[in-house]
Design a protein around this ligand. Structure first.
Ligand code: TXA
Ligand code: MG
Length: 349
């Protein structure tokens, strides 16, 4: 399939591009578009045949439901009921990086919700995304615009790398400013539960309802009875080609460990990549070093994480060692993605 690729900017938004892409959605095609979290691979959420194409283009398992993206606060037709907590989340955080799970209405096809009785909905803050949905006049189902298993795309280039030839249209915008996917909150249970940490933090959500908690199944390896509640969180994900190990401990010790381990590996002919931070990158002298940004600015670390993971696929490395970050605020989401990328291979010092 021939993919049309067009880059536009938010300020001088090119109306013809939005209108052409929205036409593709209306006709049951696939459009990749920017959002503030990561790029999405969209189709008309209410058209089962169109949604099926998303699963094929991504190579996504059929049991993994999609998030529906809206541009209008009136979501009553998509769900059975908007629970009080969902109302509060919508009022405070939409448009923005948070998805709510509610009981779905009959209008939502089974393929969109992967057979579940619930559906995830979010209103992106990215203006290109919202204009596209508005003009298509239908809600848009969109997973992240990557081939299943690879790190989610935060730039046009990453989308092109994964999906050129597999979709009808790719709209390029700026780099996704959050860089990690939306926080998912299950609003069908009491107390409400975070199924995936993301752009809106636990601390921010607790201001709405202090009982909100993070599904214990998602920060640890899937084992025995403890399974994550969001189907997608059980899959190996975000993984670079080379095996990744996280080194956890006091920062000085971590740097020392990575330095020594890198030297030993290189002496044995093993090529090492290092995921560092601005504060530490100068201390490493061997290996291929990439910084995620400043430790004091976790938003920057979050924005750069997926592109750095992807970068290593174009480098000749046999293994990657990553520093770890505080599990606080957006740091919870950063460590959640890093741990999944590492297959929970963590060296605790
Ligand atoms: O920020 C985001 O949410 C991005 C952008 C494109 O909006 N989208 C995204 O979609 O990350 P995706 O498909 O890559 O991840 C959706 C996650 C999966 O883990 C899926 O299992 C979970 O949401 N999910 C979707 N619907 C659900 C439901 N009804 N119940 C539980 N989990 C659900
Ligand atoms: Mg994804």
């Amino acid at each position: 399939m021939e993919t049309k690729i067009v880059k536009i900017d938010k300020i001088n938004m090119n109306k013809e591009v939005i209108s052409e892409a929205s036409q593709v959605i209306s006709e049951g095609g696939l459009v990749v578009f920017p959002t503030e979290t990561v790029y999405g691979l969209g189709a008309n959420a209410l058209n089962g045949e169109a949604v099926k194409k998303i699963f094929i283009a991504k190579g996504r398992p059929q049991d993994n439901p999609l998030i529906i993206h809206v541009s209008d606060y009136d979501i009553g037709y998509l769900v059975e009921e908007i629970t009080p907590i969902a109302k509060k989340i919508i009022e405070k955080f939409w448009p923005g990086p948070v998805t709510i799970i509610l009981k779905k209405s009959k209008i939502v096809p089974c393929i969109t919700s992967a057979g579940l009785a619930t559906v995830g909905i979010r209103m992106p803050s990215n203006i290109i995304a919202r204009k596209l949905i508005e003009e298509a006049k239908v809600p848009i189902a969109a997973p992240s615009a990557n081939i299943s298993g690879k790190p989610s795309p935060t730039t046009l280039d990453s989308c092109v790398e994964d999906l050129n030839g597999r979709v009808d249209f790719i709209i390029g915008g700026d780099i996704s400013e959050v860089g990690l996917e939306s926080t998912i909150v299950d609003c069908t249970v009491e107390p409400p539960c975070i199924l995936r940490p993301g752009g809106i933090t636990l601390e921010e959500l607790k201001k709405i309802d202090p009982r909100i908690y993070i599904d214990p199944g998602i920060m640890i390896k899937v084992e025995g009875d403890i399974k994550p509640k969001a189907p997608g969180m059980k899959y190996r994900h975000y993984a670079p080609k080379a095996p990744l190990k996280i080194v956890k401990g006091e920062l000085e010790e971590v740097v020392l460990y990575i330095t020594e381990c890198t030297s030993l590996c290189i002496e044995r002919g093993i090529k090492v990549g290092i995921i560092a931070s601005d504060e530490t990158k100068g201390e490493y002298t061997r290996g291929i070093i990439k910084s995620l940004g400043k430790r004091e600015n976790l938003a920057e670390i979050s924005r750069n994480l997926f592109s750095v993971l992807r970068c290593f696929n174009n480098e000749d490395v046999d293994m990657i060692l990553a520093e770890s970050f505080e599990e606080e605020g957006i740091g919870i989401a950063i460590m959640n993605r890093l741990k999944k990328a590492a297959g929970y291979d963590i060296i605790e010092l």
